[in-house]
Design a binder for this molecule. Structure first.
Ligand code: RB5
Length: 139
């Protein structure tokens, strides 16, 4: 949203430079918008498998991650550090991550997305927990 678009642009350019194809869903100005709208736009792309994963940025990362997690099939982890970004993939097999644009410095943010993207889901005991978590969608 408007609290995250500057960092979003930086991360888009960072990943583009590394050769990744990016689908930038906005927003692109500081004009006030509603983060659930952008969470839904991106989550729908992930669920439809039009993209491999989603990266969300709002002011704190909190609102937009909560909103994304309301969409069936989404596991979005709020990532304040590269270490947590790796664990979010290794243990939670998150298909979206969220960052706080107002609370994450640029170099840390780049490391966060790199860390998430290079980590591998560990499976095993974590898969059973994910199965239980996803079953909550129908509870
Ligand atoms: C917008 O001002 C702000 O509330 C939003 O970016 C986010 O931090 C919400 O969780």
């Amino acid at each position: 949203d408007h609290g995250g678009f500057e960092l979003k642009d930086i991360l888009r350019d960072h990943l583009t430079e590394k050769g990744h194809e990016i689908k930038d869903l906005g927003t692109n100005t500081a004009d006030s918008v509603d983060y659930p709208d952008y969470a839904k736009l991106c989550a729908d792309e992930v669920v439809a498998k039009n993209v491999d994963f989603g990266i969300l940025v709002c002011g704190t990362g909190v609102g937009i991650s909560i909103a994304a997690n309301k969409v069936d099939g989404i596991r979005c982890g709020l990532c304040p550090s590269p270490e947590i970004a790796a664990l979010v993939k290794q243990h939670n097999n998150a298909n979206m991550i969220a960052l706080g644009g107002r609370f994450t410095d640029v170099e840390t943010a780049k490391k966060i997305v790199d860390s998430y993207m290079s980590a591998e889901f560990e499976g095993g005991r974590h898969q059973g927990r994910i199965d239980k978590m996803m079953a909550l969608e129908n509870a």
